[in-house]
Design a protein around this ligand. Structure first.
Ligand code: THU
Length: 131
């Protein structure tokens, strides 16, 4: 996996962020096991809670195009700090694999975690067993 390329794709997606309210741009690039990359940016809304994060945009694009198996996601933002994915995005991403590698960039350096580290004791639905 070319980490630099993934971060670069996240940065170019970040430039499309629609951040009328927070002015805080986020970009994400999601790498599938087959090598495809899906990008996303945050898209805000005047009804604030209708805002969608960059990570979930990347995932919804990928899932809706038939991708299911993911290796890594790179996440960047317009500040010079490391910004970690929000709780909703952690839960959303965990649906598709808790071993996902999460690469966070502050524009200079990167940090890497597994999603499992960022979302310990993740919720999963336990299907009732037939008795
Ligand atoms: N945001 C993301 O895109 N990803 C996150 O994981 C955290 C927050 C966006 C949502 C909103 O547009 C802005 O950052 C400020 O919260």
């Amino acid at each position: 996996m070319d980490k630099g390329e993934l971060v670069a794709k996240a940065i170019s997606a970040m430039n499309n962020a629609y951040v009328k309210y927070s002015k805080f741009k986020v970009g994400a690039a999601l790498l599938t096991k087959s090598g495809k990359i899906y990008t996303g940016c945050n898209i805000e809304n005047s009804s604030y809670s209708a805002t969608i994060c960059a990570e979930r945009v990347a995932f919804t694009k990928a899932i809706s195009e038939g991708a299911r198996d993911f290796l890594a996601i790179a996440i960047v933002n317009s500040s010079s700090e490391f910004a970690y994915p929000c709780g909703i995005c952690r839960q959303f991403m965990s649906e598709f694999g808790i071993d996902l590698k999460v690469i966070i960039s502050n524009g200079k350096e990167t940090k890497e975690h597994s999603l499992k580290e960022l979302l310990p004791y993740a919720f999963t639905e336990f299907m009732p067993t037939d008795e």
